[in-house]
Design a protein around this ligand. Structure first.
Ligand code: TYD
Length: 197
């Protein structure tokens, strides 16, 4: 079982992951992981995030390289030995975020479909995805706009892309309203994960 958590920056994902780590809702032996990863590929991604002039297409492929290494080094081995995997961000982040950056920079007819197409032949899609739903203004405010991705305008287009993904695969997504106080959101996420696992 591959379970992923997605949402805009500032949706409270990190607190939910922290709570899940010590929750009895998660079976022993579950693997907690994240994208961007802590590998040197993930390090390259972080360098790109910090570079306001990074080329969006180059950035997509850095994230995608990180995903490939994450799949072969962590996700597939864990799934093969039967361990549940919980990933803080995964391929939907690329579809939504890079779908938005590419829309502004390259003349793709459908940037989200392009990014999906890059993944499709080799990725392992999640079995279930919890989407922490927060409006872009709250997201930008909470995240403190510390990188180029955290502005309201950009997050609005990321949100639109997430909504499109949910529309296309309703059965995979569990939407949780992330606007209430953090403790309430954390409780809901734990409940949802308990049900899914
Ligand atoms: P993340 O590590 O979740 O943020 P934080 O540093 O706040 O914990 O992700 C870093 C940023 O990268 C975040 O703004 C979302 C963005 N991102 C993408 O644009 N594409 C991706 O594929 C991923 C995994 C993250």
């Amino acid at each position: 079982m591959l379970l992923t958590l997605e949402g805009l920056d500032g949706s409270g994902k990190s607190s939910c992951i922290d709570a899940l780590r010590s929750s009895t809702a998660v079976p022993e032996g579950a693997v907690f992981t994240r994208e961007p990863t802590d590998s040197w590929y993930g390090e390259a991604v972080r360098r790109s995030i910090a570079d306001d002039r990074a080329d969006p297409l180059a950035e997509l492929f850095l994230y995608t390289a990180d995903h490939a290494a994450h799949l072969s080094g962590t996700v597939r081995p864990a799934l093969e030995r039967g361990a549940p995997v919980i990933s803080d961000r995964y391929s939907d982040s690329r579809f939504a975020y890079q779908g938005a950056t590419l829309a502004g920079a390259y003349e793709f007819d459908d940037p989200v479909a392009f990014v999906r197409g890059v993944h499709e032949p080799w990725t392992r899609p999640p079995d279930a995805t919890i989407y922490l739903d927060v409006d872009p203004e709250t997201a930008a405010e909470r995240s403190g706009a510390t990188n180029k991705f955290e502005t309201t305008a950009y997050l609005e287009s990321v949100q639109e892309n997430y909504e499109r993904l949910i529309e296309q695969e309703r059965e995979r997504f569990v939407r949780i309203d992330a606007s209430p106080p953090e403790d309430d959101v954390v409780d809901q996420v734990i409940e949802a994960v308990g049900t899914l696992l």
